[in-house]
Design a protein around this ligand. Structure first.
Ligand code: PHE
Length: 442
């Protein structure tokens, strides 16, 4: 235990957990998922899923991890000797690696954009941003190169250990990103015709209320909080005994919802005001955000800063995915952190190459009607995360005695019983129903 890192401070843990949570999920994925699924209804379902399903499981992960003080597999093995619960850890590790394999592709796009922005080569006629995006993601060399570079950055940070400079840098970068969003929201909302975007986000169009939308909203609620794959469990294993994990979890969830909504408020008003369509898929944020910057004084310059901050937010998420793999590989064996980070990162890079190519040269290859990128996304988000979250909920809700969970959560009785009711009944039952009906409808 003494050889394991620990977070220097409570704020360090919250920043790391928030860093894992806040990333492309809120800024890139949330807007395009909402855009593809009718806006308002998806957003409403997403928020409900966070509070009733995903947040209670996040608290459960914090509990299990902090109690275990070990990597995701060992934590389960030691707390439930001879029982198969540790399979949750294995599955989490595989899912986190798969998520990183396609996450790094999008991280690569950020590098592509940042490179161009630095050379002031990112401006286009407003309507041509879509073509620019397509040209970037379709180029196989650039896609694989930037994906590799992104993983390289992730490896370099993870090999240095969890404390490093991340805690300190987060304190400046995350608030800065938040400020940028506020400015962008103001610009976007003051464009002519912006009101259509607000309507899209907040006036429900019930046609979209179906099993598939609910499953996608649930997947997004897990993805954005990094829940269900034992990543948060791993972070909490570096946490000392005296922290209030319930409060930390609520903080992380609320911050995430705020950033997601801000991203939506930048993108959707501009989508309608500038004549784009909301359902254009993974390119949405990459097409619209530069177009909004174009409407700002010194937009080209601020765009550079924005992409640097976005890159930072993305890397603080990607390191958490590599960290679970590395912490498991290190285990109690005292294997070298540096070697494991490089080997793990390299394997994930190889697994991600087909996803990187699936927008260009391999776009004709489909799995169950989805591109390789979308298929890996669906497998992790809509299948792996719900299954992982389901069993984590059972573990904390039923395997733990109420004596243990009460002691771990150490909050006031009403809040504790609220959590207990959610984790025992609401979360697992809702996940099971949504999962089955969603898969049938997908
Ligand atoms: N929550 C991260 C994001 O929104 C993604 C993530 C998923 C990170 C799963 C870790 C584990 O960008």
């Amino acid at each position: 235990m003494s050889s394991r890192d620990q977070f220097a401070s409570k704020i360090g843990f919250i920043l790391a957990a928030a860093g894992s949570a806040i990333g492309l999920g809120a800024i890139w994925k949330f807007p395009y998922m909402a855009g593809n699924n009718g806006g308002s209804v998806f957003i409403l379902l997403f928020i409900l899923c966070i509070f009733f399903i995903s947040l209670p499981v996040l608290i459960a992960e914090f509990m299990i991890g902090r109690r275990g003080q070990k990597d995701a597999i060992t934590s389960f093995k030691e707390q439930a000797p001879g029982k198969p619960w540790y399979l949750i850890g294995y599955m989490g590790m595989i899912m986190a690696a798969l998520i990183l394999s396609f996450y790094s592709v999008v991280g690569g796009w950020i590098l592509s954009y940042l490179g161009r922005a630095l050379l002031f080569m990112l401006s286009a006629e407003t309507t041509a941003y879509g073509d620019l995006f397509n040209a970037i993601i379709q180029n196989p060399f650039e896609a694989v190169l930037t994906q590799g570079l992104f993983i390289l950055m992730t490896i370099l940070i993870v090999q240095a250990g969890i404390k490093g400079g991340i805690e300190r840098a987060s304190k400046i970068m995350m608030p800065a990103l938040f400020l940028f969003f506020i400015v962008l929201v103001v610009r976007s909302l003051t464009l002519d015709g912006a009101i259509e975007g607000l309507r899209f986000m907040f006036v429900p169009n019930w046609d979209y209320l179906n099993g598939k939308t609910i499953l996608l909203a649930l997947g997004q609620a897990f993805f954005t909080l990094s829940v269900g794959v034992s990543v948060m469990l791993t972070y909490a294993s570096y946490l000392g005994k005296n922290e209030n994990i319930g409060g930390a979890a609520i903080n992380v969830a609320v911050m995430n919802i705020i950033i997601s909504l801000l991203a939506g408020l930048v993108i959707f008003p501009a989508v309608f005001a500038l004549g784009f369509s909301p359902d254009q898929g993974p390119g949405l944020a990459f097409v619209i955000i530069p177009a909004v910057f174009e409407q700002l004084p010194m937009g080209g310059f601020f765009l550079i800063l924005f992409f640097i901050l976005l890159l930072f937010a993305t890397v603080t998420s990607s390191i958490s995915m590599l960290e679970i793999v590395v912490s498991i590989a290190i285990g109690d064996r005292k294997a070298s952190r540096i070697r494991t980070a490089w080997i793990g990162g390299f394997i994930i890079f190889l697994i991600g190459i087909p996803s990187a190519l699936s927008f260009g040269v391999w776009s004709h290859i489909t799995i169950l009607g989805k591109s390789i990128f979308d298929a890996v996304d669906f497998l992790t988000n809509s299948i792996g995360m719900p299954i992982g979250a389901f069993f984590i909920a059972l573990f904390a809700g039923y395997y733990y005695s109420t004596h243990i969970s009460k002691q771990e959560l150490s909050t006031s009785p009403p809040l504790y019983y609220l959590w207990l009711a959610l984790i025992r009944f609401v979360s697992p039952v809702a996940i099971a129903i949504i999962f089955i009906t969603g898969l049938l409808a997908a």
